[in-house]
Design a protein around this ligand. Structure first.
Ligand code: GLU
Length: 477
């Protein structure tokens, strides 16, 4: 079956990581079935929707590699793909529902609505119980009121029966007849509401599957009523598990970065973010945890969703980033290291071979590029590190002897870098000829060459450090 699946964000902010996960599932399922993945922009909330957010979302989706086959920027057979450009379609269908007696104008004022809600609450019945006051108003009378300029909304006539459907993730879901009242489908400002536009578009765009977040489950009831009213077949629904923070509350800004843009700005790898997000609510049939979307695009199916809330854990994401980073080739890794992280240190002024040795050396130790920058300080920094151990090691007599010897040795070097062998020879000389051993040797030599008492393997680090830097460090001793 060639599924048609849409991702339908509202451009009211940057792409949320939950939205990215939904988009990925839509993209994967369309691909797995040889179908189409469609991007639809739901911008009927004119106050909050912004063009720049739409552009940013499209850009972030591209960065994640989730390219759509149809959408506002690429067109397609079922456009327009921006709801604000589909008003004629919605208005025609709202008129049709009114003509058929399935929807009606309602003249309740805000004040009346509040009073009726209060009345219902005090009677311990559903707050929407009295919202249907105008459902049976004579059509001519309604037309008169409209003509006289009375404000109105259009409400859908709730058939008041039980609706049941089979959700791919949650199984059978039933909604009783009193869960909603006669709900608004067109506001007094003339704008149709989300639930209405969504149904019209999913129907007219021939969507076969609606994959979205669990928080939309209650909307499905209203949407099922509308499909029925149009005599249209509802798509299959999959409501994916909620993303929660460590306190088990719905993921929000107070849990940390929640937009794809923030992770992008911090130089996370898109493949790591995809991989991690994919596993929040879905599991690999062979229990694999590190994979690319390409690897699973043939095997992705909707039966492997997990309905329990998924814990969003940044530490785990960092681990995934480290794993994907290690899988990169040297050149990919170099291209990935953003310039601003490395240029302070003359990183890109060094030879290609030096850069490759450097990234290979550090890639085992890091998860994020920001850590890489920290490691580069081992090589380039001239700042003194003031720890208790540094103070102690610098006061040893043996450290002064080591420094004097190394100063003389480094003065003989003409090249920009020493070799691993040079370093081994120095170490052997200090050990055999100068009889400095154990801690005084390894702490002392590290301090003399790097100004620190801790760090990575000196045999690799020293040949990566420019001789000019080593000279400057030794010159301070
Ligand atoms: N515009 C809705 C949102 O951003 C889409 C809901 C849906 O997928 O039906 O949450």
């Amino acid at each position: 079956m060639n599924a048609r699946v849409r991702f339908a964000p509202s451009p009211t902010g940057y792409l949320h990581i939950g939205g990215a996960r939904t988009a990925m599932y839509c993209h994967l399922y369309a691909k797995a079935t040889g179908g189409s993945y469609v991007l639809r922009i739901e911008d009927t909330d004119q106050q909050r929707s912004k063009k720049e957010y739409e552009e940013a979302m499209i850009d972030d989706l591209k960065w994640l590699g989730l390219t759509h086959q149809e959408g506002p920027d690429v067109g397609g057979d079922f456009g327009p793909y921006r709801q604000s450009e589909r008003m004629d379609i919605y208005n025609e269908l709202i008129d049709q529902l009114v003509k058929e007696g399935k929807a009606y104008p309602c003249f309740l004022t805000q004040e009346e609505l509040e009073q009726l809600t209060e009345k219902a609450t005090s009677e311990k019945i559903a707050p929407h119980a009295y919202h249907g006051k105008y459902r049976d108003l004579d059509a001519n009378e309604a037309a008169e009121k409209i003509k006289a300029g009375t404000e109105y909304v259009i409400r859908f006539k709730n058939p008041q029966k039980t609706y049941t459907f089979n959700d791919i993730v949650r199984g059978e879901v039933s909604f009783g007849p009193d869960m909603v009242g006669d709900f608004v489908i067109k506001r007094s400002n003339g704008m149709p509401v989300y639930n209405f536009c969504c149904v019209v578009d999913d129907w007219k765009m021939q969507m076969t599957h609606v994959i979205r977040a669990e928080e939309h489950l209650p909307n499905t009831l209203r949407q099922l009523m509308l499909y029925e009213a149009f005599g249209a077949k509802a798509p299959e629904f999959a409501h994916c598990s909620l993303l929660v923070g460590s306190d088990r509350q719905k993921l929000s800004k107070r849990h940390g970065a929640t937009s794809v843009r923030q992770y992008r700005d911090q130089h996370y790898l898109p493949q790591a973010l995809n991989n991690y997000l994919c596993l929040l609510g879905w599991s690999h049939p062979e229990e694999k945890d590190i994979f690319s979307l390409d690897e699973i695009s043939d095997i992705f199916d909707l039966n492997r969703f997990n309905k329990a809330p998924a814990l969003y854990d940044i530490e785990k994401l960092n681990h995934f980033n480290g794993e994907h980073l290690r899988a990169l080739s040297e050149d990919e890794l170099l291209a990935y290291l953003p310039c601003e992280l490395a240029c302070d240190h003359d990183f890109f002024k060094q030879s290609k071979e030096w850069q490759q040795t450097c990234v290979n050396f550090y890639r085992e130790k890091i998860q994020l590029p920001s850590e890489f920058e920290n490691f580069l300080k081992d090589i380039f920094s001239l700042e003194a590190v003031e720890t208790e151990e540094v103070k102690e090691v610098s006061s040893w007599e043996t450290t002064s002897q080591i420094a004097e010897y190394l100063k003389a040795e480094i003065a003989k070097i003409d090249a920009d870098f020493v070799t691993g062998d040079d370093f081994t020879n120095w170490q052997n000389h200090l050990k055999k000829e100068m009889k400095i051993k154990g801690k005084p040797l390894f702490k002392g030599i590290r301090f003399a060459l790097t100004s620190r008492t801790e760090g990575p393997d000196l045999k690799v680090l020293v040949p990566l450090t420019p001789v000019s830097i080593i000279k400057e460090r030794l010159g301070k001793l």
